[in-house]
Design a protein around this ligand. Sequence first.
Ligand SMILES: Nc1ncnc2c1ncn2[C@@H]1O[C@H](COP(=O)(O)OP(=O)(O)OP(=O)(O)O)[C@@H](O)[C@H]1O
Length: 205
Amino acid sequence: MLDANNLTCCKSDRVLFQQLSLSLDVGDILHLQGPNGAGKTSLLRILVGLSQPQSGCVNYQHTSIEQSNDFAQQLIYIGHKPALNPALTAIENLTYWAQMHGVSLLSDIWQILSDLGLAGLEDIPVSQLSAGQQRRVALARLWIKPAKLWVLDEPFTALDVNAIDMVQQKMQRHAQQGGAVILTSHQPVDMMHNIKVLIMEYQWL
Ligand SMILES: Nc1ncnc2c1ncn2[C@@H]1O[C@H](COP(=O)(O)OP(=O)(O)OP(=O)(O)O)[C@@H](O)[C@H]1O
């Protein structure tokens, strides 16, 4: 599904990684591991086209992500910040996001938020939600947009144990149903089976 070939990334005169290649197939869940500053977020941003590598390329279904007709449609990227407008409610944030992604917001959005433990909190500004509740709103995108490829940077940050289990189960089902997931997490992802692991070392070069 997604192939990265010979990626090199430098930041502030440091080589974060070089000649890095990876392949993500249907059904894969790939857990990127490594210490703070190793370059995991930098790699994810290259994989989704938000930043450019010094060398190398990324292909989706054998076509460069810049030229692919359906890469954007088949991608959900959730960065390590929730990327919510704090002045808007959960419903407003998700409606806006759905429109940006060409998804007609499901009539069951209230049910989705309820399932995510946000019943009664749907229509207050997200600035008034706790960090974990804001993260749940951000992750509701996984329930809203049908997309094969999920790229998730620290999705479990601020979540409680129950929410972490729920999101891991969601990822596992997604992979079993023909999707693929690449994620970073400093927390163990032990609810999921058949995880692939890529460990990134901190390079001092
Ligand atoms: N825009 C930038 N300009 C300069 N340096 C940057 C930039 N973005 C990241 N870096 C540097 O690149 C290195 C890797 O950062 P990155 O966020 O990719 O690491 P990470 O592995 O995701 O870390 P963490 O586990 O702490 O989230 C860090 O040393 C960081 O300071």
